[in-house]
Write a protein that binds this ligand. Structure first.
Ligand SMILES: NC(=O)c1ccc[n+]([C@@H]2O[C@H](COP(=O)([O-])OP(=O)(O)OC[C@H]3O[C@@H](n4cnc5c(N)ncnc54)[C@H](OP(=O)(O)O)[C@@H]3O)[C@@H](O)[C@H]2O)c1
Length: 418
């Protein structure tokens, strides 16, 4: 036996054996690909901007039958997300929950039975919630293939705003050539989409409200009469130019503004109320929250109130809630008949069983996009890490067009461009 062989045959002390095991484990760990992770933005509790937390989850979800796995490249921020954060959006699942009603990305896997989508397709997706996530699993019919040339940011800005604007203008509003319309929040996501869609009809006169700093953009977009609702009375301003009123008012405000909208209509005019509603909050709960006094369940009336007027700060404002509810518009069938006017209500979140209807609208919108008649206007792009700043941008009324969130930090040149 050589000297070396003799040394190998000698039993090793236990520490040496452990060391060898450790080295082997480390080598194996290095050889194994790391477990995949994905980021998501979770609403942990209702309240201010800090309630939306960035989480990193392990693994990769698998699509079941009829579903898709999508790697998300951009997400849309909607007014409903601001309301949801404050506990004022009725379609949000119980907390904690991942926020996000729309996104765009690339199909990474398809579940059994999915024949009209394939791995690699670029898609836009809409869902009740849960899309502010790097990887999402969604029913295939909640996705729409993006047209050629559309960017992921545009894809994330398309569905909620344009479907809403299209359905309220054309399905309910029946907008026709030479009519006139008042569009509130005309520089925001839905507002910009509505203005572009109005321009697809000949000779429509558009009145649009927005903060004064946005009026140049409104004019460029085709709003003939921009109105700064913060410094002037928008009803007076409309009547100065159109003494008989307008044919259509798009009303995302609710409260006392709906009565103003109704009174601004010409005979045969329509007001389309499209607030994201807050419903089933028992009045007894509101009274208790406001006064601290516990009332009995005789106050069972529920609140169903409008949205934009409710958002007055970072947290839920119960006074604004009560005021909006108190001023809520109400009309009888007889009054409607005498006035020769129509009042319509629209809530995309409550159309979530109507995917065929929605697919028809999206097909029309994609055609308009391909013809260059509509194009989402992107206000700004924010990484997931800055979701609070993105929300602040919208809530501080700074945005012109759509606010976008992305899982990856945007490249400097894109940021500067935006
Ligand atoms: N029912 C539905 O299905 C449906 C679907 C989509 C959207 N909506 C509603 O449509 C409206 C527009 O939604 P969006 O997502 O496109 O948002 P957005 O218009 O981009 O919202 C932000 C803009 O709204 C204006 N604004 C008016 N009152 C505000 C307030 N109290 N707090 C903050 N901003 C206020 C601000 O601009 P200016 O002050 O300069 O005008 C702000 O820049 C919202 O009321 C939303 O709830 C409803």
């Amino acid at each position: 036996m050589s000297g070396e062989e003799a040394a190998a045959a000698v039993p090793q002390p236990p520490e040496e054996e452990n060391k060898e095991e450790e080295v082997q484990q480390e080598t194996e760990a290095l050889e194994k690909p790391p477990e995949p992770t994905y980021k998501c933005l979770v609403l942990a509790a209702h309240g201010g901007y800090d309630k939306v937390k960035l989480q990193v989850r392990k693994g990769s979800p698998t699509p079941a039958s009829g579903q898709l796995l999508v790697r998300v490249r951009a997400c849309g921020l909607n007014f409903a997300d601001l309301l949801g954060r404050q506990g004022l959006y009725d379609r949000l699942p119980p907390l904690p929950t991942t926020l996000g009603m729309e996104c765009s990305g690339v199909v990474e896997a398809v579940g059994e039975g999915v024949t009209d989508r394939k791995v690699g397709d670029k898609v836009m997706v809409m869902n009740r919630a849960g899309l502010w996530q790097e990887l999402v699993v969604v029913p295939a019919n909640h996705s729409f293939v993006m047209p050629e040339g559309m960017s992921f940011e545009e894809g994330a800005a398309f569905l909620v705003n344009y479907i809403t604007a299209y359905m309220i203008l054309f399905d309910f509003g029946n907008l026709r050539p030479s009519q006139s319309i008042l569009i509130h929040m005309a520089a925001g996501g839905v507002g910009t989409a509505a203005v572009q869609l109005c321009k697809t009809v000949d000779n429509v006169t558009i009145f649009g409200t927005a903060s004064g700093s946005k009026h140049e953009t409104l004019k460029e977009n085709g709003v003939a009469h921009p109105i700064d609702y913060r410094t002037s009375d928008y009803v007076e301003e409309v009547l100065k130019t159109a003494p008989k009123g307008v044919d259509i008012v798009l009303d995302p405000l609710g409260g006392s503004d709906t009565l103003k909208a109704f009174n601004l209509l010409k005979p045969m005019g329509k007001v389309i109320l499209y607030v994201w509603s807050v419903c089933n909050m028992p009045l007894a709960t509101l009274v208790q929250d406001l006064t601290g006094v516990k009332t009995h369940s005789c106050l069972i009336t529920s609140l169903a109130v409008g949205s934009a007027n409710l958002l007055t700060g970072q947290k839920k404002n119960l006074i604004a809630l009560a005021k909006t509810w108190w001023n809520q518009f109400s009309i009888s069938a007889l009054q409607l008949i005498h006035a020769n006017k129509a009042v319509c209500g629209y809530h995309l979140g409550h159309l979530d069983g109507e995917w065929e209807l929605i697919a028809g609208v999206v097909a029309s919108l994609i055609n308009l996009y391909k013809q260059g008649k509509i194009k989402p206007k992107i206000d700004s792009v924010w990484p997931f890490e800055q979701v609070g700043d993105a929300m602040r941008q919208m809530q501080d009324k700074k945005n012109i067009g759509k606010v976008i969130l992305v899982p990856e930090t945007p490249k400097q040149e894109n940021k500067e461009e935006n």
